[in-house]
Design a protein around this ligand. Structure first.
Ligand code: ATP
Ligand code: MG
Length: 446
């Protein structure tokens, strides 16, 4: 992409309405525009990152054997009357009446709808286990939408639902989700710690939230600092193996880590004092096992091997896709702007031409651009007729992890400059070498 042809409405001023750094940077970098309270348009740069995050979520769901689909945003109230949640949900649910006076709602979540699909089409244990998921916009009429996309009213969520014959199988599905979530967040450059949580209006006993530690997080958390040393990394795992998935769950949940809702000061006191931490965190996901709550209420049964009709065991599992964009920025930025982890960066590298219109510099930039594209990468070429300082400021603000700077002086010596956004370190090298280097960096990551 050439910047001169892109739509990147960066702001010079710091918007006064934004209270936290990720919201400020998303506005300044031209990623989003507020449409109304808690509802945003995703401008091209923001949209690109949202799509990258979605792609990682899809890939990791696929790896775990979960099946993608898409359910609508508008739902019939009747389904929610069956589960009893139409009245229970409260003012967060946006209720709508259509022209035929039918009660509808903008889905805040999809347990009822997926259970309805399941009961219409599945009747035998032979079709289990099954996990279906979608990535779809949700609406919750939050009392205090704030912090930009972090607490929106309309937001994008991945929500998945497992259907299993037995409690044991459903707990395996729970563990499998925990493993796949660990991988998902790490690929986005995040450490998201599974913490024991409260089940809220979804109901159920077993639930963990995934929290990214950040001062601006809305949740208060208590944990044993040892937990921050754990990494899932690129270990191989057999998602069908109950033992392997359970071992990962045990490894990542055996140390004290809880949100304030379930915090137990007596248990916490048993953690060695120098390891006790109290901090704030951003909830980027949650997994639930809730057994037969919805299947019993809505008649989602299967015939078991003995010929009996039994309600299926279910769970639901969510990732805050749009909130993650803000969470990643909270975890990765500096005074100059965003620093995208390589896994989610909107463009793989920026090319800055220090002297637009200089024949040699223009040609060298174009050659770099073409080589990167040939490697399957997507560069952003700042070909505007702007001062070098302004070009650098834009690149730093939008946070591309790597920048190649091209100028007539360097070219005389046959070199360009490769700069790492995170460390600020620059190195001069021939253009081909810069391309190879960037190719290697992304080959490692993807
Ligand atoms: P919260 O406690 O933050 O209100 P929740 O527990 O009600 O969230 P879930 O039902 O667990 O939310 O939804 C799954 C994920 O969707 C959450 O972990 C969070 O990352 C994201 N999410 C929930 N509400 C919002 C919102 N208003 N704006 C953006 N993302 C949200
Ligand atoms: Mg939650």
């Amino acid at each position: 992409m050439r910047l001169s042809r892109y739509f990147l409405p960066v702001l010079k001023e710091t918007p006064s309405e934004a209270q936290i750094v990720s919201h400020r940077l998303m506005l300044r970098a031209g990623m989003i525009k507020q449409a109304s309270a808690g509802i945003y348009s995703w401008l091209p740069l923001g949209y690109k990152i949202l799509r990258k995050i979605e792609a990682i979520v899809h890939e990791e769901q696929g790896r775990a054997g979960h099946i993608p689909m898409l359910m609508p945003t508008l739902q019939s109230a009747d389904l929610w009357r069956e589960s009893g949640r139409y009245d229970a949900y409260g003012p967060e649910m946006l209720r709508i009446r259509d022209r035929h006076e039918r009660d509808m709602l903008f889905g805040p979540t999809n347990e009822e709808m997926i259970t309805d699909i399941f009961r219409c089409h599945v009747s035998s244990y032979r079709d289990l286990p099954m996990t279906l998921y979608h990535i779809q916009w949700k609406f919750r009429d939050e009392r205090r939408p704030r912090f930009g996309v972090m607490r929106g009213r309309e937001f994008l969520m991945k929500d998945g639902y497992n259907f299993d014959l037995t409690r044991e199988d459903a707990l395996h599905a729970y563990n499998r989700h925990l493993v796949s979530y660990l991988r998902t967040y790490e690929r986005m450059g995040l450490q998201a710690i599974p913490m024991r949580a409260d089940s809220g209006p979804i109901g159920g006993d077993d639930t963990h939230e995934f929290l990214v530690l950040a001062e601006t997080g809305e949740s208060e958390v208590f944990y044993d600092s040892e937990i921050t040393d754990l990494k899932f990394g690129d270990r191989k795992i057999d998602y069908d193996s109950h033992d392997e998935c359970r071992a990962v769950l045990e490894e990542f949940t055996s140390r004290y880590a809880r949100t304030d809702e379930t915090h137990d000061p007596e248990l916490f006191a048993k953690v060695p004092e120098d390891r006790q931490r109290q901090a704030r965190g951003i909830e980027v996901g949650q997994i639930f096992y809730f057994g037969t709550k919805y299947s019993e209420a809505m008649g989602a049964n299967v015939v078991d091997p003995d010929g009996n009709r039994v309600p299926v065991h279910m769970g639901s599992h969510g990732i805050g896709v749009s909130r993650l964009v803000g969470a990643i920025i909270e975890a990765s930025h500096d005074d100059k702007g965003i620093i995208w982890p390589e896994g989610v960066t909107p463009f793989h590298a920026g090319i800055v031409n220090l002297k637009q219109g200089d024949e040699e510099a223009d040609a060298a930039c174009q050659a770099l651009y073409d080589s990167l594209v040939t490697m399957g990468l997507e560069p952003l070429y700042d070909d505007r007729d702007e001062r070098a300082g302004a070009k650098f400021a834009t690149m730093d603000l939008i946070g591309l992890p790597w920048r190649i700077t091209v100028g007539p002086r360097g070219l005389k010596n046959g070199v360009v400059e490769l700069t790492c956004r995170r460390t600020g370190e620059s190195e001069e090298m021939p253009p081909e070498q810069a391309v190879t280097r960037i190719g290697q960096i992304y080959a490692r990551k993807v």
